[in-house]
Write a protein that binds this ligand. Structure first.
Ligand code: EPU
Length: 421
């Protein structure tokens, strides 16, 4: 297993490009299954989760073609089996995103039920109930969700999400795109990735309105056609590099991103003392060598502060001046990074869903272990400011969501290297 070795202390300074968004690319790849001709998806990040989704397509008999510009072309008409096997689903929960499109387009699907998860229980009951509301019959047998559309195909329905769910909203939205009649989704997720997926469905000839609000209206269409689509920038990668500059007192300019999709994060960075300037597709953060001030924050669905940035801000608070309370309301077990940060000398007290972080003057490098994607990002950030070397184990978690992390950090002046293990 590869490891990262980071020698802390370098003040970051430079410019890098932000990659396409993992959490938009995954549902968009799943939605290609809805089309009745080849679809090309561009700006896909080079990440382990994307490779897993492509491998899943391969298992179903579809062979995605990668062109010279690294865009992927998928022809869903070549599908041979409608099964998403457990070996793949257990490595990536987002595989559940093929359920809605397969039932809508091919009338049936078997998708392994994702198991437990490092950040919380993460059930998929809302995905199942949404499809049932559209007339699908669903049985869970042998660890698989076996879904069948009714005679004549899925029917539009009114569905209320009693918890806001990002992939739940996406799954039902994709299914509704080819259902008969109108579907109204209430208490829908408003994340920018949901909006990107709606734009993609509409680019294939679909009719989705209201994405980005809590009520999404989908008029089902007979067929969706070929299209070419460019995935939006990754707001969590963007936020992570901004925090990297902030913790080191440095400056970073991020290109090919979008400042309007992470306003809650930019506000918190300003509150922490950073100077943040933005243009249409870039963000620059300058800390002018200062130490950050600790901030209080509470995660919640978009447009509130994202749970996917919580771990990184715990690292920021860990070296900031003062004390900040971080409340996690989306997942029940997303503080695993705290116990690794304690090994580096952080002062953090966890009580229920709240972490009270008192900044220390300096962290010390230590061997630590990544437990999930964003937790591992927070360890990288802490290591960038820690005294001496930090060895981060299990970095396959990082490779799921951060494209070329060591190259990008090296370009900003960090001392980071990968050691194959
Ligand atoms: N929930 C249910 N029932 C469901 C679905 C969700 O109770 O059927 C609960 C979950 O247990 C959780 C809450 O609803 O407490 C929100 O979960 P959500 O369904 O929104 O999460 P998700 O769709 O599985 C996506 C991202 C996550 C991100 C969350 C929250 C993708 C592929 N994943 O997950 O990203 O943390 O939304 O914003 O879009 C990451 O990139 O590191 C990551 C974990």
């Amino acid at each position: 297993m590869d490891k990262l070795i980071i020698t802390g202390g370098a003040r970051l300074n430079g410019e890098i490009r932000i990659s396409g968004a993992k959490n938009a690319a995954l549902p968009i790849l799943a939605a290609t299954l809805l089309a009745d001709g080849p679809v090309t998806v561009a700006n896909l990040p080079h990440l382990h989760d994307i490779t897993t989704m492509i491998e899943l397509f391969g298992r179903m008999g579809i062979e995605p073609v990668i062109n010279e510009k690294l865009a992927v072309e998928i022809d869903p008409r070549t599908i041979k089996t409608l099964i998403a096997p457990y070996e793949l689903v257990k490595t990536m929960r987002a595989s559940i995103l093929v359920l809605g499109p397969m039932v809508a387009r091919f009338g049936e699907a078997e998708v392994a039920l994702p198991g437990g998860c490092a950040i919380g229980s993460r059930p998929v009951d809302l995905h199942i109930r949404g499809l049932e509301a559209m007339g699908a019959t669903i049985d869970v047998e042998g660890g698989y969700i076996k879904a069948k559309a009714p005679e004549g195909g899925l029917r539009g329905a009114n569905f209320f999400f009693d918890t806001v769910s990002v992939t739940g909203t996406e799954n039902i939205m994709m299914a509704a795109a080819l259902a008969k009649g109108r579907t109204v989704l209430q208490n829908a997720a408003r994340e920018p990735e949901v909006v990107d997926l709606a734009h993609f469905i509409n680019a294939m000839g679909g009719n989705v309105q209201g994405a980005g609000t809590d009520t999404i209206i989908i008029e089902g269409v007979e067929r969706l056609h070929s299209a070419t689509y460019k995935v939006m920038p990754d707001r969590i990668e963007t936020g992570t590099y901004l925090v990297a500059a902030a913790v080191t007192g440095g400056r970073v300019k991020l290109k090919d991103t979008d400042p309007t999709i992470l306003e809650a994060v930019l506000d918190k960075l300003r509150e922490a003392g950073a100077e943040v300037t933005t243009g249409a597709d870039w963000i620059e953060l300058n800390m002018h060598g200062k130490r950050a001030r600790a901030v209080n924050l509470r995660t919640a669905p978009y447009p509130a502060f994202p749970t996917d940035m919580q771990a990184q801000f715990i690292s920021l608070n860990a070296v900031a001046e003062g004390t900040g309370a971080v409340i996690e309301t989306v997942f029940e077990n997303r503080f695993m990074h705290v116990y690794e940060l304690l090994r580096m000398g952080a002062h953090i007290l966890v009580e229920g869903n709240t972490a009270v972080v008192t900044g220390v003057a300096g962290l010390k490098g230590a061997p630590v272990m990544a437990t999930d994607l964003r937790a591992s990002a927070s360890l990288v950030l802490a290591a960038l400011v820690a005294e001496g070397d930090t060895l981060i184990d299990r970095i396959y978690h990082i490779d799921r969501g951060y494209e070329c992390i060591e190259e990008k950090l090296q370009m900003l002046g960090a001392k980071i290297r990968r050691v194959p293990g």
